[in-house]
Design a binder for this molecule. Structure first.
Ligand SMILES: *Cc1c(COP(=O)(O)O)cnc(C)c1O
Length: 503
């Protein structure tokens, strides 16, 4: 029966009994009066602009000097003493809570001496982009809703595709970060290869011991937790060995398994090492495997000549992840997936509801909603477009070159320091090293060293374990990090080594 006719029968009146107040104008006016707080007056807006502006200005004026890391005993628990309640608090009070309990404890990702993990950027122009995106409220998921927002995001995708040398016909989308983009890549590869549940136990994925753990997470989330993962042997510099890769694939085929996916790293998180991408690509082609490259940390180095050389072959991959919130210096919240042939994105991510009937008219460009897991989404394009348009690409290129040269500089300095041992020459902008004490266990010494550095907080470094050896890392990724910051960090490091030696 016709839907509207079907609901007009007996029983349709039951809810109406309680709805009398909906017809009472006084009651509605009272609700409107209370709800009007959600829409600030000009005066209230002025206060929001001025006070948050001042807060931001003060933050930026001091971000270079504030410690890279602060760990208090209370660990921000004070925030909980101001619970969410029926009544609001003043903006001054709210900003004070933010200042006391959020912005002054933990990692200061804006510090030029934040050199741990992979630093995120925090380019302030992006904050204004986010602000305008939120104020404008354009929906960037479907072309019909905001042709401009969708064109902007797709334009950025094409720009990234061009940087890495992907052909026309490549596509992709802006994700919230590298982990989600890698998950989408795994699902795209799975659908492109026609794998079904019954095939998962025999599907083989090739990576190294240094592949980011989000790939394992992605496989599990994708329902492929039972697939077989090969940690392909690496050369002395932590790069995937093409010989070992090919031998493993051949052996797996011979034993009836289904070699499916190779995950190469364009800059591992551990050491910043780039796998031999060209050689891996040709093995992938000759054995018909999908070749995915995780370039969340490293792919943007393709913008500078030094990086381009190291990344050669990246354009031969089937899919690629980049993280604008790392090496394009954006604040947290933007990753990107590129797929060499965008035709593969739709089958992996497409889907429509009946309530979307009006959405498909007049589409001049592909819509992110049909190429990605999200429907309602943040208009991420603006936070990336605004800085690129205002500043041009040149300063980004220069900053990336600078990071590579600073890493080489730090490597040479550390190599000369007595008692220090350096890891491989940096491919990109991560330097690994350790101090080898004359007596005692080196691993324990270096863990104690990193602990002291964290207590100190002026500079922030992290440790990792490579084949059982604890090493320290300098991940030089922030646009604010310059030569004087590296020198200061090395001084702090030596001070703590000396203090530890005397203990
Ligand atoms: C950071 C990183 C990821 C994860 O990306 P998120 O943006 O943190 O989700 C994946 N791979 C590599 C190599 C990374 O450095």
């Amino acid at each position: 029966m016709d839907y509207l006719a079907s609901i007009a029968g007996p029983g349709a009146e039951t809810h109406r009994e309680t709805m009398n107040s909906s017809l009472n104008p006084g009651f509605l006016a009272e609700l409107a009066q209370q709800a009007s707080a959600l829409d600030p007056t000009q005066e209230e807006l002025e206060e929001l602009f001025t006070k948050t502006g001042n807060y931001a200005r003060q933050h930026l004026a001091t971000v270079r000097e504030t410690p890279a890391y602060v760990k208090s005993k209370e660990r921000s628990v004070g925030l909980l003493s101001s619970p969410i309640g029926e009544e609001g608090i003043s903006l001054d009070e709210a900003l004070q809570l933010l200042y006391d309990f959020v912005d002054h404890e933990g990692l200061n990702s804006g510090s030029p001496r934040y050199l741990g993990y992979i630093p995120s950027g925090g380019l302030v122009h992006s904050a204004f982009g986010d602000f305008l995106a939120a104020v404008g409220g354009r929906y960037a998921g479907v072309f019909h809703s905001s042709p401009g927002a969708v064109r902007m995001e797709n334009m950025l995708i094409r720009w990234m595709a061009q940087i890495v040398g992907y052909p026309r016909g490549a596509g992709g989308y802006l994700a919230s970060g590298g982990s989600i983009a890698n998950l989408s890549a795994v699902i795209t590869a799975r659908e492109a290869s026609g794998l079904r549940g019954a095939d998962y136990d025999r599907a083989v994925i090739y990576m190294t011991a240094h592949t980011h753990h989000c790939v394992d997470k992605a496989l599990r989330i994708a329902g492929m937790g039972s697939s077989i993962r090969r940690r392909v042997a690496e050369d002395g510099h932590c790069r995937m060995s093409p010989d070992a890769l090919e031998k493993t694939i051949v052996a797996d085929k011979a034993s009836g398994l289904n070699p499916w996916l190779i995950v190469g790293s364009a800059g591992t998180t551990n050491t910043g090492t780039v796998d031999p991408l060209s050689e891996i690509a040709s093995i992938a082609r000759s054995h018909h495997l999908w070749f995915h490259v995780d370039g969340a940390y490293g792919a943007f180095f393709a913008l500078c000549p030094e990086g381009q050389e190291v990344l050669s072959g990246i354009n031969q991959s089937n899919s690629l992840v980049l993280d604008p919130h790392k090496t394009l210096f954006l604040p947290f919240g933007t990753g990107a997936l590129l797929v060499r042939d965008q035709e593969f994105l739709g089958p992996a991510h497409g889907g429509r509801g009946e309530y979307m009937l009006d959405m498909d008219s007049d589409a001049h460009e592909l819509s992110p909603a049909y190429l990605s897991p999200e429907l309602s989404k943040h208009f991420r394009g603006l936070r990336m477009w605004l800085p690129l348009k205002l500043l041009g690409v040149a300063p980004f290129r220069a900053a990336l070159s600078e990071k590579i040269h600073l890493a080489r500089y730090a490597y040479e300095r550390l190599r000369e320091f007595e008692g220090f041992q350096v890891g491989s020459y940096p491919d990109l902008s991560i330097v690994t090293f350790r101090y080898v004490p004359e007596k005692g266990d080196a691993n324990e010494f270096n863990l104690a060293l990193v602990n002291r550095l964290h207590q100190d907080g002026r500079a922030f470094l992290t440790s990792t374990r490579i084949r059982g050896t604890i090493v320290l890392r300098l991940a030089i990724v922030s646009f604010r990090t310059h030569l004087e910051d590296i020198n200061e960090t090395l001084e702090i490091l030596c001070d703590h080594v000396n203090a530890l030696k005397e203990k």
